[in-house]
Design a protein around this ligand. Structure first.
Ligand SMILES: Cc1cc2nc3c(=O)[nH]c(=O)nc-3n(C[C@H](O)[C@H](O)[C@H](O)COP(=O)(O)OP(=O)(O)OC[C@H]3O[C@@H](n4cnc5c(N)ncnc54)[C@H](O)[C@@H]3O)c2cc1C
Length: 385
């Protein structure tokens, strides 16, 4: 007897990249009823998603389009945690602290603009800081508390969304498969060529993170996504010493800087498993994978200045990742009019985990031809000229 295997139907959409952003696009698209195939050249979360932290921050974003997206994303992450769970979502709140009176004044000014944009930001007097963080240094000028800041474990979050998209949404996940080209019908992108054959699809989503510019090139369009290197120190597991996401006020200007040189500012947070994560550094040195001890020492010393108790805690390892940096610090989200059929969801720099939920939500709406509640114009792919 001859058995003829059924030919699988072509997906409506191929998502390139199984990081947290691609996973969120796949989850929301599957929820919208689309047939989805996710393709990654490595395992799930093998890009920057597996090499960063998992903060969902509204506190580090001034009023503007990125903050609007972050506020939507923070709400969607909470909804997703309630529905799916299993990825260590904590509404832990963020505490930004200032070492000088001028930095404190800047914090208060930024907070006013953020409050007008819908952020809850509560000024914290120096005497009240120990009530938030008992182990903080005693000589700080004040702070600002942001209860909407939260945290997830990004690798678990990506894996959970993909598992659910497969289990309930019928999505297909193909790892170890590299996209090498895009199928074209005239100008239109109609699928992908891969190391395991071609996959025709009505739409393709470029969620290739720091490699988003390379995928765009396959379509003959330019996206200036560059790597911005960052290191994280991981301590031995300790009882709870740090309750919130805590960082120094200078972190905000470091994030916003367009300078390629090294910027460091202390960022400290606890995790479910006990280790404390210490960041953060930013520099544009291409994909240089070296780990200069000097930078790691600088990060450790800055964290000890913020939390002197950390001087007695051992660092057990360090890792690095390459944030997908765009020159205007905004991600690229939406359809590309230069290559119809191609959508982009990449270039989120140091906020890809935070912005993933909203990115997936608006990409799915756009794919389904629905309007999005966030204006995508500031994120349009063709803005770079
Ligand atoms: C040190 C550090 C700390 C960070 N901390 C935070 C934080 O606290 N909060 C936050 O929001 N963000 C943080 N980030 C940034 C965040 O990690 C990234 O913005 C986010 O992970 C990007 O996710 P992504 O899915 O877009 O990209 P990635 O996770 O890089 O996924 C892209 C995927 O595309 C695949 N791919 C690429 N090209 C191809 C191809 N041709 N074919 C097939 N597959 C391909 C790659 O293998 C990869 O898996 C941090 C980053 C670093 C480095």
């Amino acid at each position: 007897m001859c058995h003829i295997a059924p030919v699988p139907a072509a997906p409506d959409v191929v998502v390139i990249g199984a990081g947290v952003v691609g996973a969120a696009c796949a989850w929301h698209a599957a929820r919208a009823g689309l047939r989805v195939t996710v393709v990654d050249r490595g395992p799930v979360a093998s890009g920057t998603t597996g090499a960063g932290e998992g903060n969902i921050l509204v506190s580090d974003k001034p009023a503007g389009p990125e903050l609007e997206l972050a506020l939507l994303s923070a709400r969607l992450w909470s909804d997703l945690a309630a529905e799916l769970g299993g990825f260590e979502h904590h509404d832990k709140g963020g505490l930004v602290v200032a070492a000088s009176e001028s930095a404190h004044q800047n914090l208060l000014d930024t907070g006013l603009g953020q409050q007008a944009a819908g952020v809850t930001a509560t000024p914290v007097a120096p005497d009240d800081l120990p009530g938030y963080e008992p182990h903080l240094a005693g000589d700080l000028a004040g702070g600002m508390y942001y209860p909407q800041d939260a945290q997830v474990q990004p690798m678990l979050a990506a894996a959970r969304m993909l598992a659910d998209a497969r289990g309930h949404g019928g999505a297909e996940l193909r790892t170890g498969v590299q996209v090498t080209g895009l199928l074209r019908d005239g100008e239109r992108v109609v699928g992908v060529d891969t190391t395991s054959g071609s996959i025709p699809a009505a739409a393709v989503v470029n969620a290739a993170g720091t490699w988003g510019g390379q995928v765009a090139e396959l379509a003959g369009v330019h996206l200036p996504v560059l790597p911005r290197r960052g290191f994280v120190l991981v301590t031995e597991p300790v009882p709870v010493l740090v309750r919130h996401k805590v960082y120094a006020a200078e972190y905000v200007s470091d994030v916003a800087s367009a300078d390629a040189g090294l910027h460091t500012s202390p960022v400290v947070e606890g995790t479910d498993a006990g280790p404390i994560l210490i960041g953060s550094s930013r520099e544009r040195v291409g994909f240089d994978r070296s780990m200069p001890a000097e930078i790691l020492r600088t990060l450790a010393a800055a964290a000890v200045r913020l939390f002197p108790v950390l001087a007695r805690v051992n660092v057990i390892r360090a890792y690095r990742g390459f944030r997908p940096y765009c020159p205007d610090h905004l991600p690229v989200i939406g359809p590309d009019p230069r290559a119809p059929g191609l959508w982009h969801a990449c270039g989120h720099e140091g906020a890809g985990v935070c912005l993933a939920a909203a990115t997936g939500h608006v990409i799915a709406a756009s794919l389904a031809g629905r309007s999005t509640e966030v204006d995508l114009v500031p994120f349009r792919p063709e803005r770079f000229g």
